[in-house]
Design a protein around this ligand. Structure first.
Ligand code: AOS
Ligand code: ZN
Ligand code: ZN
Length: 424
């Protein structure tokens, strides 16, 4: 165990006086501080197994060293994050990048770190060694039935692996689509995909959910067969009550109103979960909250309001996952930043004066409505998030702790400098 409890305690003790002062000030203006702190403690965000190595772009990859080279080491990395922030209590696997050879021992290792398995992800966007059919022209949409069959069977296999690990959801992200006009019959591609998804859906255990993730473009550049929330919602509605739309923040055309999408999907009972990240142009991999934290807050505002209206449990009724990785930061530092950004946005959303906002809307008081939202957003909630973390046994300052204790250096000592994590 790289993060020793007494060291966290020591570091916290040194920072307590300053924290207390800041926390008391922040808490003094909030009505239900205890309720907010409890919600913050309950809220866990799954870490994607593929974000633990230094990611690459097609132009290059720069190893950071000490990266995990197998599933055990990935679990250790997530355990390390969770020990620091007490908010990363789950891991999302990507198969076949992660192959749990012995589910029982993998489960036990995860449990030791206080982790559970969130959605398992299938992969039909790459050809694997020894695979009979190629996904060059798509998988579930393919014109050739044999390709579709192979992709369906892979997804069913992923469900089986997930069952062994105690996961209860499958995320299907498809690279399927076309790169040039004329290449595809849109309707046929849709119908093939739907038929294929139906077969996968039929293999879902009763308590499982299927998340249908959409993406506006990339790797296909002319059409994506699950290209937006409308298409995802169509599939999810036709499939049945266990199928939901998954919103990856980076998968929209520029300036899309994601919070409105979230609100309507929630209304329809069809929002399944999230892949959090941020983006400035057409990317989908930047650290959460690094570009547009206000948008993140507005999304959480819709989530809190919409989930409360339906009596949903914030922590457990949707899938909360990060999907980001790039090539210039230490991935563990990056993930600490992402989790923190999510918690901050969530805390701010919990502070919105919903009654006053509803009244302002009734009055068509546009100015007041905007002021109410921005009042919550401009609150410095960092001491609240830190207090929740402290109460849960985490570090007051996870990133500082990570650096001061030279955690990356220890990982490099253990695992070596020239490491390549499996995955992207
Ligand atoms: C791809 O852009 C999607 O975000 C998927 O969720 C994908 O499975 C993941 O990013 C790993 O490549
Ligand atoms: Zn994603
Ligand atoms: Zn993506």
């Amino acid at each position: 165990m790289l993060i020793e409890k007494y060291k966290v305690q020591e570091a916290n003790d040194g920072a307590t006086a300053e924290h207390k002062r800041r926390f008391e000030f922040a808490a003094s203006t909030i009505n239900n501080v205890e309720g907010v702190l409890q919600k913050l403690q309950d809220f866990q965000i799954a870490i994607p197994s593929w974000a633990l190595g230094a990611g690459g772009t097609r132009f290059g990859r720069f190893s950071i060293g000490g990266e995990p080279s197998n599933l055990e080491e990935k679990i250790e990395d997530v355990g390390l994050l969770h020990a620091l922030n007490r908010s990363s209590g789950a891991i999302s696997l990507h198969i076949p990048w992660d192959i749990p050879e012995n589910a029982t021992s993998i489960k036990a290792l995860a449990a030791q770190h206080g982790l559970r398995f969130d959605a398992v992800n299938s992969n039909t966007f790459q050809d694997q060694k020894g695979q009979e059919q190629s996904y060059k022209f798509g998988s579930l949409q393919h014109t050739n039935k044999a390709v579709r069959k192979q992709a369906i069977e892979h997804n069913i296999e992923v469900i089986k692996q997930g069952v062994e690990l105690g996961s209860d959801s499958l995320t299907v992200w498809l690279a399927d689509g076309s790169s040039f006009p004329g290449q595809l019959n849109f309707r046929k591609a849709f119908q093939n995909t739907l038929e294929s998804l139906k077969e996968i859906y039929a293999a879902l255990p009763d308590n499982w959910k299927m998340f249908v993730e959409y993406k506006a473009f990339e790797p296909n550049f002319y059409s994506m067969t699950v290209g937006d929330w409308g298409q995802s919602l169509l599939y999810a509605s036709k499939l049945g009550e266990k199928a939901f739309t998954l919103v990856d923040l980076g998968h929209h055309l520029p300036n899309a109103n994601i919070e409105q999408i979230v609100s309507l999907l929630l209304m329809e009972g069809k929002l399944g979960g999230f892949h959090f990240n941020d983006s400035k142009y057409g990317d989908d991999d930047l650290t959460v909250g690094s570009i547009n934290p206000y948008q993140l807050f507005l999304i959480f505002n819709e989530l809190v309001e919409g989930m409360d209206a339906k009596g949903m449990n914030h922590a457990t009724d949707l899938g909360w996952m990060i999907d980001a990785s790039h090539n210039i930061k230490d991935p563990l530092e990056d993930l600490l930043q992402s989790v923190e950004a999510i918690k901050i946005a969530y805390a701010q959303a919990l502070l919105v004066d919903t009654k006053a906002l509803a009244a302002a809307r009734e009055e068509n008081d546009v100015v007041k409505a905007q002021e109410i939202l921005q009042e919550a957003y401009r609150n410095d909630v960092r001491p609240l998030v830190a207090e929740a973390r402290l109460r849960a046994g985490g570090a007051l300052q996870p990133l500082e702790f990570y650096r001061q204790n030279r955690v990356r250096e220890s990982l490099i000592k253990q695992r070596g400098l020239q490491t390549v994590a499996t995955g992207l």
